[in-house]
Design a protein around this ligand. Structure first.
Ligand SMILES: [Zn+2]
Length: 425
């Protein structure tokens, strides 16, 4: 009887606990793995990490054996509202024919594929239909499975630029020229208006197009597309409202304007020069190289995909320079964050970025940090996510074996817990 009452008293001290155990653990920050790996979860929070953690007597144990526990992966750059396949030209037409409701229903499966792959938090960068906000809200309400989404709403850019969804179309294609309500900015003041408009309708962060892009049709890939005054106003307005700003930027001139304006991260960065990388290092600007995007376009080419010839030329130019730029960024100690541009490549293959980062010169530990503690800092969520530590939200994934010895293990995520709930085991 005495034993039983002691046990009941002990149980009353704890809520229902789940203990996740495996041979190894990467905490998101350290230079080495812990062994064995053990995380104690209560509700949606981590309450203990490591073999010395105190367990409730009735804790439920999930033993994953010869595997490695890691913080839920993060991806700084996805497009859940689109998925390119082999015929990009046909897909553009299909996308234009679909209503936002149809796009959202079609693409809910990509949110699921992303979570299945171990990515529990993503930034969705640029969406003109409100699909990103809708998916975020429905996932947060627990109605459909998917990653935690930080949504940008429409990307902000210049008329006819990479963020103008009517670029390459005939005049009057959407009835009127797009303006700040659609993310098209033509002055510092309309930049501020566009930021306020996006935030009004639910944006968690602001995405801008500082230069041309590979897949847009009527602009070159590297010229600047917003003025210094426009960028200064956009970043100032967003930061005043506590929102991060990230720039799609291939060319050095546009990227430097964005970095001078105080942008939080540069996406792609194919043609960044020494001056741009030095400036980024000085200002602590994160670099998200999205190696996955060019890898995916190359796969499409190899499979005989249909691509606009203008796109092919830009893709080849960007691919020629990106490796060199990336190596130079790593050598200078620019902070590398993890993002894929998934949507250009297949959703659910996000982990391929780990493999590419390591192939091109990052250590496996640095690649794993990029998708955990570094992304958490870039996203502004480091107080709740990005590491396996007491008090953080219980986003935990596991891969078989040791991903530091073999980074390709990240392709096969065997366990996913998001917010304390097991999604995949
Ligand atoms: Zn993108």
């Amino acid at each position: 009887m005495k034993c039983l009452s002691l046990l009941l008293a002990a149980m009353a001290l704890f809520g229902q606990q789940t203990v996740v155990r495996a041979a190894r653990l990467f905490d998101g920050r350290s230079a080495t793995l812990q062994s064995p790996g053990l995380v104690v979860v209560e509700g949606n929070k981590i309450v203990g990490v490591g073999p010395s953690a105190v367990l409730a007597p009735n804790a439920k144990v999930i033993d994953l054996g010869d595997a490695t526990l890691l913080p839920g992966f993060m991806d700084a750059h996805v497009h859940l509202g689109m998925q390119f396949g082999l015929d990009r030209r046909q897909e553009v037409l299909d996308e234009q024919a679909r209503t936002p409701a149809e796009i959202a229903l079609r693409h809910a499966k990509y949110a699921r594929a992303t979570l299945d792959a171990g990515f529990t938090t993503v930034r969705n960068l640029g969406d003109w239909n409100g699909v990103d906000i809708a998916l975020r809200n429905v996932i947060n309400a627990g109605e459909i499975p998917g990653p935690r989404i930080l949504a940008s709403g429409p990307g902000l850019g210049s008329l006819g630029g990479h963020c103008d969804m009517t670029n390459g179309a005939r005049p009057g294609f959407r009835g009127r020229e797009p303006d700040w309500r659609d993310g098209v900015v033509d002055s510092a003041e309309s930049g501020r208006q566009a930021v306020r408009h996006n935030i009004k309708y639910g944006a968690d962060l602001i995405k801008i197009c500082a230069t041309g892009g590979v897949l847009s049709l009527n602009n070159d890939v590297d010229s600047p597309q917003l003025t210094q005054a426009e960028l200064d106003a956009i970043v100032d307005e967003a930061h005043a409202k506590g929102k991060k700003v990230t720039a799609h930027a291939h060319g050095a001139a546009g990227a430097k304007r964005a970095v001078r304006a105080g942008i939080d991260s540069i996406e792609h960065g194919s043609f960044l020069d020494d001056e741009a990388l030095t400036l980024m290092k000085q200002k602590g600007t994160f670099y998200v190289p999205t190696l996955h995007a060019l890898w995916a376009l190359d796969q499409v080419e190899k499979k005989g995909g249909v691509m606009d010839p203008r796109t092919r030329v830009k893709m080849q130019a960007a691919a020629r320079r990106l490796d060199e730029t990336f190596r130079s960024a790593v050598a200078r100690g620019v902070r590398i964050a993890f993002g894929t541009d998934a949507g250009v490549g297949p959703h659910g293959t996000n982990a391929e970025e780990f493999v590419l980062l390591v192939q091109k010169g990052l250590s496996p530990i640095e690649a794993l940090k990029a998708a955990t503690s570094v992304d958490a800092e870039l996203f502004g969520v480091a107080d709740t996510l990005g590491t396996l530590e007491s008090g953080k939200l219980a986003d935990i994934v596991a891969v078989p074996g040791d991903p530091v010895a073999d980074i390709t293990k990240t392709r096969t995520v065997i366990f996913v817990m998001k917010d304390g709930r097991v999604h995949k085991n």
